[in-house]
Design a protein around this ligand. Sequence first.
Ligand SMILES: [Zn+2]
Length: 206
Amino acid sequence: MGTYFLQTPFWLPLLYPSMIWKNNSANKNIVLTFDDGPHPIITKEVLQILNEYKVKAHFFCVGNNVVKYPEMFQEILANGHQVGNHTFHHVNGWKTETQKYVADFMETEQVFSSQFFRPPYGKISFQQINQLKSKTKMVMWSRLSGDFDKNISKEKCLENCIRKPLRSNEIIVFHDSEKAYSNMIFALPKFIEHALEKGFSFELLK
Ligand SMILES: [Zn+2]
C-alpha cells in the first residue's frame, strides 16, 4: 500500500461528483462500512460486535468470497446489514481495462444484486465510472481507519479513526479481512463507543 489520505481532501469529491462521499441525513450520524469480506471467522466477529452495540453497517463484499462463504453472506443480511458489490476479484480499476472491469462488477451482480458498489482501493477511472454510474450507487468515504496498513500499530489505527473530530454524515472504512484483523478488531469497538459518546448514531445509506 502506498500513501493514502486518512481524511478525504475536500477537492477529491469535486472530481468525482457522481460518487457518494458522505451520507445525506438530518440526524447526527456516522456510516460504518466494511470491505473485502465475507470471511468465515472475521466477519462473524464483526457481526457480534455490531450486535452488541446494536448498530447496522454496510459490507462491500468481494463476489468470489461470497461464492466461497455463502452462509456468512446470508448472516450479514439476516442481521439487518446492507451489502454492496466490491467486484468479483477485487480488481484495481487503474490497472484494468474498462470492459474487463465492468465484467468483473457484473460477475458479482450475478452472485448477489445490490444497490451499492465500492471500487477496490478506491481506484476507478472516469471511463469506468461512466459505465457503472447508471447501474449502481458508488460509495466512497470521508475517513479511513487504515486498518489494512501492516506498518501501523492497533493504537495508531484507533487514532486514525478518532483524532480528527467526527462530523455528521461521515463514512468510515474498516476491513473484515485477515490483513486488517488485528488493527480492526482493536479499533472498531473503541471507535463505536467514541462515536456513541459524542452523540452520533450509526445509519445506513439510502
Ligand atoms: Zn477492498
